[in-house]
Write a protein that binds this ligand. Structure first.
Ligand code: SAH
Ligand code: SF4
Ligand code: F3S
Length: 468
């Protein structure tokens, strides 16, 4: 195995970006307010927090709604066709608004821009877009924007190395819970997936940088952190330390709640299972995407594990952390999937009993291996399969939720319940949503509750006593 040392953007280059921010802040003719529209996964949500951080360093403030903003930024996803269509549809819709407010600026960024040919397409078909930049150039956003503002030209920037940029300003959406990226990119090349093409090669941040950021978050009063990476199990620190070692080190900092995602089943080690059991602050929950329950489909997906291996890891996790909350991702109608192979996915879902699952219809992505495979499944067959899968998962989820009734959980109160302002809701340690009596004053607090009932997929609870 060769070890590649990831390229870290130099301090001089980062300082140049901060200079651009200061110069933009001093410009009189610049947007005053911004709005970031985010699609996709947690990586994108966190990138949007960095975009907002950079914009605020340029002196801009958030606009309440996008129609009113001077500058609208679309942070796009392209993992499935519908994600891409939604993003492009909304950009087109903004064109109408810009007719009324010609001074409005529009930028498009994120994974979709990193697709081959997409930047040119945006330039041609969306003449009202001022700036387009890919994930590789996120840290260069200030200098790119400065170019647009000074020259009045439209700027497109997709070329870029797979680098790590430290010390990008961040404007976090929540003050009680925070994302913390530990690694970027993906080298797994699952045959259906576009992420390795748009997020580049796997690269890990230095452990010291991660721990410093985690400590700063703790000092800032953050109660929960989520360690982020496309495959956190591939984490390799500068001294060779692996993900379990990192998890133990973060746990030792004393942050109240620690979560992480995503874990690839092929790399889920005994060491990680042991760390899960030992670490006091790591929550008893695990997102372990299985994708399919049939060995032949898993092989053609390039997942590198069998159904039996996956089930053995689930058993080991449950033994080490009794009652652990388990969630997954599932794809139906992968090319060539037969009815019998699909039924293997159903039987796996039935056997495991997930606390929740994200279910997707396979969506061909240009450039991936699966897009060229024969026997793409007809849409009506795919729809029928996903409906059966969702029905089974909902039934199993209700059955699984029942185990929590009567138990106590610590909930980090996220907000008022949608139904009543005398109820608050948040996630328990197992990752399940729980609603209980409370008020706005509880938001951001960890509260001990006793679960009293279950309705569909949410749990209701009563407070046990004093706020922690
Ligand atoms: N790195 C993570 C997340 C990848 S994207 C992981 O490996 O789990 C999140 C989910 O989107 C995947 O788990 C998969 O279920 C789904 N997905 C990815 N590409 C897809 C495609 N082409 N069609 C349908 N679903 C897809
Ligand atoms: Fe995509 Fe597979 Fe990488 Fe996840 S592990 S991002 S599914 S290629
Ligand atoms: Fe995430 Fe979508 Fe990109 S799932 S990594 S935002 S393609």
């Amino acid at each position: 195995m060769t070890t590649r040392v990831p390229v870290i953007v130099t301090e001089a280059e980062m300082a140049a970006q901060r200079e651009s921010e200061r110069r933009i802040a001093a410009l009189s003719a610049r947007p005053q307010t911004y709005h970031v529209v985010t699609y996709g996964c947690q990586m994108n949500a966190h990138d949007s927090e960095k975009i907002a951080g950079m914009l605020e360093a340029m002196g801009m403030t958030p606009a309440a709604e996008r129609e009113a903003a001077d500058f609208v930024i679309f942070n796009t996803c392209c993992v499935r066709d519908n994600a891409e269509r939604r993003a492009l549809g909304n950009v087109t819709w903004l064109k109408e608004i810009r007719r009324e407010r010609p001074e409005m600026m529009i930028a498009v960024c994120g994974c979709m821009i990193q697709e081959p040919g997409m930047a040119e397409r945006i330039l041609k078909q969306y003449p009202f877009v001022d700036l387009a930049f890919g994930t590789a150039n996120l840290h260069r956003f200030p200098s790119l924007l400065e170019r647009v503002l000074i020259t009045g030209e439209r700027v497109v920037s997709v070329e870029g190395e797979d680098v790590i940029a430290e010390e990008v300003p961040v404007r976090r959406l929540r003050s009680d819970a925070a994302y913390l990226t530990i690694m970027y990119g993906c080298d797994n090349f699952c045959s259906y997936c576009i992420v390795p093409y748009v997020r580049g090669r796997e690269r890990s941040r230095r452990m010291a940088d991660i721990l410093r950021e985690a400590e700063a978050l703790r000092e800032g009063g953050v109660k929960e952190i989520m360690l982020l990476g496309q495959n956190v199990n591939s984490y390799r620190g500068e001294d060779g330390s692996d993900f379990p070692a990192l998890l133990r080190a973060v746990d030792a900092l004393g942050i109240e709640r620690i979560r992480f995602m995503t874990s690839h089943p092929k790399d889920l080690s005994d060491g990680l299972i042991a760390a899960m059991a030992d670490c006091r602050h790591v929550l008893p929950q695990f997102h372990l995407p299985v994708q399919a329950g049939n060995d032949e489909i898993l092989r053609r997906m390039n997942r590198h594990y069998t159904r039996a291996e996956y089930l053995a890891k689930v058993r080991a996790l449950r033994e080490a952390v009794p009652g652990i909350g388990l969630t997954t991702d599932l794809i139906v109608a992968f090319p060539g999937e037969t009815e019998a192979q699909f039924e293997d996915t159903l039987s796996l879902v039935d056997e495991v009993g997930y606390d929740s699952a994200f279910t997707f219809i396979y969506s061909p992505r240009t450039g991936t291996a699966a897009a060229k495979m024969p026997d793409q499944i007809a849409p009506e067959v795919a729809t029928e399969r996903i409906q059966r899968l969702i029905a089974l998962q909902e039934k199993r989820q209700r059955e699984m939720m029942a185990r929590f009734v009567g138990q106590e959980e610590d909930v980090l109160a996220e907000g008022l319940s949608r139904r009543s302002d005398r109820q608050v809701s948040g996630k328990g340690g197992h990752g399940v949503s729980i609603t209980f009596p409370g008020s706005a004053a509880d938001i951001g607090q960890t509260i001990r509750v006793r679960i009293t009932g279950q309705k569909n997929n949410t749990l209701s609870a009563e407070r046990c006593g004093e706020t922690l």
